[in-house]
Ligand binder design. Structure first.
Ligand code: 7TS
Length: 411
């Protein structure tokens, strides 16, 4: 299938916004959904809606099979050893908070070091700040190289024998940097540390193989990979998940409940308190099927071509500053930038008036904005449905905005 003809599968992209055909360049915030995912959700609610793991009636069995089938699909998608290592959550934020709450707060102690980077999304930063405050552990940062990458020699130095926990994003949602997780995991394990990976921006775009990366935990969201909102995944190695005590109690996560004490179900259900996110999981499975028709390698190639084209075109604009690594193989499918004399929010507003959706702001990365020495940036992010034509329209739009604001300043 040709990725340049894929827009037709995404009904939302076939509309006009402010009188112009929609150009959607905000997939890092959330991706659009193909017809097959929308149809899977509709089919679930129309035909098999029922609670799971409870009743013996036919619909309950069908819903349970679909929900557990989705877990199998995720297991294969990330190459986990077993589906018991796949826990459904609300999303990346919820997954990382689960690890912080049930692992870091339980097992770290005073003087232990938690190591992260300054390119983390707040969701992979605040949980560790809080875990450090709670346990007396020390939060430390691996310094970034000037181009916004991680230098493995610096990483190696930063991981000490006191480092007990490392949490790093696989792909930065601002710089686009693809971090060498496999090598960092090796370094962390050499010093006896646990490594957790924020895969919110990688799982949708790159092949993520948890056994190859050898990460201990990995978190991602369905809504950034063509799936519905409200569903995400926490992968964890069985031995770690086994020793963790859940923090959401009730529903089908229990085994036995007495008056004064209770026991939990086995993995993965002990972490899925309450009615689980049934429709979300089914929608996520449909999204995985959709992505796998093309294959993550082909999606990556398509995005690499778009990024190369976008970098070439954007760098011709006078007064533009583009952040992140210049090497294509170190970048994922997004470009963050600023344009002289145009505030990113103003730029996004002018582009919106032309039907072009980008994101402006701090992108939930305030410490990274500080490192970049800016208060905000603009960001265009791509996915499998974007084309070179979208980039041409973006470039024209930026030029128009620049002219408009420069005339306003200089006249
Ligand atoms: N980690 C990274 C690297 C992210 O980019 C995001 C969301 C999250 C965690 C949190 O994911 P959630 O699904 O739990 O919200 N990033 C963005 C973004 O860049 N623009 O909007 C949301």
């Amino acid at each position: 299938m040709n990725l340049n003809e894929i827009k037709d599968y995404f009904p939302i992209l076939n509309q006009h916004v402010n009188g112009h055909p929609l150009v959607y360049l905000d997939s890092s915030a959330t991706s659009q959904k193909p017809k097959s995912v929308i149809a899977a959700l509709e089919d679930y609610y129309k035909n098999i809606n029922s609670n799971v793991h409870r009743g013996v009636h036919t619909l309950g069995t069908k819903a349970t099979d679909a929900y557990e089938g989705a877990r199998e699909k995720v297991k294969t998608f990330i190459n986990a050893k077993e589906s018991a290592e796949v826990i459904f959550t609300r999303g990346t934020t919820a997954s990382l908070n689960l690890v912080a709450q049930c692992y870091a707060r339980e097992f770290l102690k005073e003087g232990d070091e938690i190591l992260i980077t300054q390119m983390e999304h707040h969701s992979n930063l605040i949980p560790w700040q809080q875990a450090a405050k709670k346990t007396g552990a020390v939060l430390r940062y691996i310094p970034l190289s000037p181009d916004g990458t991680l230098d493995l020699q610096i990483v190696e130095k930063a991981i000490t024998t006191n480092t007990k926990f490392v949490s790093i994003t696989h792909v930065s949602n601002v710089l686009g940097t693809i971090n060498p997780i496999k090598k960092i995991a090796e370094l962390a394990h050499q010093r006896g540390a646990i490594i957790c990976v924020d895969a919110a921006q990688s799982a949708p775009h790159l092949k993520v193989d948890v056994q190859d990366l050898d990460c201990d935990f990995l978190a991602f969201s369905g809504h950034k990979m063509a799936g519905p909102t409200g569903i995400g995944v926490l992968y964890g190695k069985r031995n770690l998940l086994e020793e963790m005590i859940p923090y959401e109690y009730g529903g089908e996560m229990i085994d036995f409940v007495g008056l004064y004490d209770s026991t939990w179900k086995e993995l993965p259900w002990k972490f899925e308190g309450g009615t689980p996110i049934i429709a979300g999981a089914i929608g996520l499975a449909a999204a995985i099927d959709f992505l796998e028709q093309y294959g993550l390698d082909q999606i990556r190639l398509h995005e690499e071509n778009l990024i190369k084209y976008a970098l070439d075109q954007l760098s011709n604009i006078e007064g533009i500053s583009i952040y992140g690594p210049s090497q294509l193989e170190q970048r994922s499918g997004l470009i963050t930038f600023n344009v002289d004399n145009v505030h990113p929010h103003d730029l996004a507003t002018v582009l919106d008036s032309q039907g072009i959706a980008i994101r402006a702001g701090h992108h939930c990365c305030q410490p990274l904005m500080k490192w970049l020495n800016v208060s905000a940036t603009a960001r265009a992010s791509f996915y499998l449905y974007n084309t070179e034509k979208d980039i041409d329209l973006l470039v024209d739009g930026i030029k128009t905005a620049k002219q408009y604001f420069e005339n306003a300043i200089f006249n």
